[in-house]
Design a protein around this ligand. Structure first.
Ligand SMILES: Cc1cc2nc3c(=O)[nH]c(=O)nc-3n(C[C@H](O)[C@H](O)[C@H](O)COP(=O)(O)OP(=O)(O)OC[C@H]3O[C@@H](n4cnc5c(N)ncnc54)[C@H](O)[C@@H]3O)c2cc1C
Ligand code: SF4
Length: 340
């Protein structure tokens, strides 16, 4: 690991000011000299591997704003402070009762130790686990723009089938993000140009021909909170995760589903897919296919077909299309049968 300076700013204003001082115009957060660290379970890993090389770490854990560590439930929805730990949010009784898809997505992620260390903002901003990205001797457009992509012709079993580009097929590996995108969450951000809200659906960028630009955040912007509105379909929701083993593994395919039902008919469906796409993936075509329909195996199957209609597999990951469809059908039927 390269030497770096470690700082513990006491308030958001100072943290932003230091980040701003070390950021050049247009710097990406993941390529800036000064980078924020929360739980460190992702960033420290990539620093040890030589993938991330900040010369200054700004530890957010001493920031004095209590709201950064709080979960607040109100009539309009739920607000998660950015520094709330994954484990805390997964175990929160109101989250479990009102937003089961959120609690499930966090409970099924990583291990107990990591969930106790990792923050919610850090979780949604985690970077891909593409093996070629993690090993610096391989060509990787995300790590070194313009260098090529070793995964295209390499072992791409874990890689994405949706949202891919000629430059990058890396999967977005997180779980929580799927629940957030299905529930229309908003990310609250503070930076040197002031505070702003970003729709969660707009936070992550498709790789296109600039896979090194991963989010809409500027290098001096801190995520302060994630807000989820109170929606009629939030309580009837779940997250289904399929993985190689039943714990401590990333999703091969996953589905976050939230339903507003009128009897067995779908008033509104919210669907997001994980493990199969380059970014947290809202399956809008599947949602539209279900609108007004009786939800049964047949209509769920039609929705799953729609979700993967534009899938583009590599040599080793075509199985994810069938796996993803089956995961979605199961998640839809189990969500329909939930007792709410
Ligand atoms: C073995 C292993 C298994 C795992 N399995 C899963 C899994 O199954 N599902 C899953 O979802 N995740 C999984 N993870 C990933 C883990 O959940 C993430 O590493 C963790 O959530 C990151 O949170 P953190 O607070 O530690 O982030 P950090 O490592 O501190 O930061 C991650 C990134 O976010 C930025 N950042 C952090 N906080 C802020 C903020 N407030 N504002 C702006 N930028 C910020 C950092 O600069 C950095 O770029 C696994 C990790 C490991 C090591
Ligand atoms: S898939 Fe993306 S992250 Fe992986 S090697 Fe190719 S460019 Fe890099």
């Amino acid at each position: 690991m390269r030497p770096f300076i470690y700082e513990q700013p006491q308030d958001i204003r100072t943290a932003v000011a230091v980040a701003s001082r070390f950021a050049s115009d247009g710097d990406q957060p993941t390529r800036a000299d000064a980078q924020f660290i929360a739980g460190g379970t992702n960033l420290a890993d990539y620093m040890k591997l030589g993938v991330a090389q900040p010369s200054r770490l700004l530890d957010l854990n001493r920031l004095d704003e209590p709201a950064l560590r709080e979960i607040t439930v109100g009539d309009n929805g739920i607000r998660f402070g950015a520094l709330v730990r994954m484990g805390e949010a997964a175990d929160d009784s109101e989250v479990k009762r009102r937003y089961p898809v959120i609690a499930d997505s966090l409970r099924l992620a990583a291990s107990g130790q990591i969930r106790n260390m990792a923050s919610l903002a850090g979780n949604v901003l985690q970077r891909t686990r593409c093996e070629y990205f993690r090993e610096t001797s391989w060509a990787c457009n995300k790590r070194v723009p313009g260098s090529g992509c070793a995964a295209m012709e390499g072992f791409n079993r874990q890689h994405a089938v949706l949202g891919t580009s000629e430059a990058c097929i890396a999967t977005y590996h997180g779980d929580f993000a799927q629940a957030l995108i299905a529930l229309d969450a908003v990310v609250r951000v503070e930076g040197s140009r002031g505070a702003r809200n970003i729709a969660f659906a707009k936070l992550h960028r498709l790789p296109g021909d600039t896979p090194h630009i991963e989010t809409e955040l500027a290098a001096d912007e801190i995520v302060t909170a994630i807000e989820v509105p109170a929606l009629p379909w939030a309580a009837r929701s779940m997250y289904l995760k399929i993985r190689d083993r039943q714990s401590y593994a990333f999703a091969l395919a996953s589905a976050a589903v939230a339903l507003d039902l009128d009897g067995d008919s779908v008033r509104e469906a919210r669907i997001a897919l994980g493990g199969v796409a380059t970014v947290p993936w809202r399956a809008s075509a599947a949602e539209a296919a279900l609108q007004g329909k009786k939800l049964d195996e047949m209509s769920a199957g039609t929705a799953a077909e729609a979700a993967f209609a534009h899938a583009n597999p590599g040599r080793h990951n075509a199985f994810k299309i069938e796996l993803g469809k089956r995961a979605l059908v199961r998640a839809l039927l189990e969500t329909r049968d939930m007792k709410v």
